[in-house]
Design a protein around this ligand. Sequence first.
Ligand SMILES: [Zn+2]
Length: 261
Amino acid sequence: MIDTHCHLNFKQFDPDRAEVIQRSATAGVEIMINVGTDLPTSRESLDLARQNPNIYSTAGIHPNSVETASIAELEPLARLLREQKMVALGEIGLDFYDRGQADKRLSQRARFRQIEFFEQQCLLAREQRLPVVLHCREAASELTGLILQGKVSAPGVLHCFSGDKGLLRAALDKGFMVSFTANITYPAADDLREFVDYAPLEHILLETDSPFLPPQSLRGRRNEPANLKETAVFIATRKQVPVSRINDITTDTAKKLFRIE
Ligand SMILES: [Zn+2]
């Protein structure tokens, strides 16, 4: 299995990072893709990849980081992306969820800033022929629009897929992959389970998004890549195929997308 999206550089793993990486191998996770969320964490992520043969890295400026980032950072980002073991540009995208006032979406100004960073990074991905790792929260219709206009183009993956059927259909039509986390096991996630059923197996990737989103049986705890198999087993049940087939196909898809091996 390949955990296509985790954040092992985050401080939650400071006490026992080496053990976590060791446990993932024991649990059948052969490769992990560690995802950067701004310039400093992208550098940390690359360091981690250099120290561990089974870890690869991405670099990108996450929509929640654009408030404090500057457009001038795209230049060092472009250089960083040329390093060995860098496999994608991300995570990038749109996050219109307002953490300050949960009932409201972000201000127009903040949204425009996210769109500007997103479009610039999509151009960079195209220039460098890298796949994109997309983050989308509370912005499904806007992302659908950008995909249909060709401003965001495959190859790439919509990570931790949420959103709606319209976005899923547009993304699949344009050749994107979708990845699911263990939040598909949460009791309230009927819509996500419907997306799992709808997406063709050949377009699905597995991820943990560690340290976030542990499976239902471990809710409230820190997540780690070793828990990836729970998501694989869950998808196997939904798709009514053996879990070995889920592991084989998703591993193959991830290797092709991120050009690993
Ligand atoms: Zn993430």
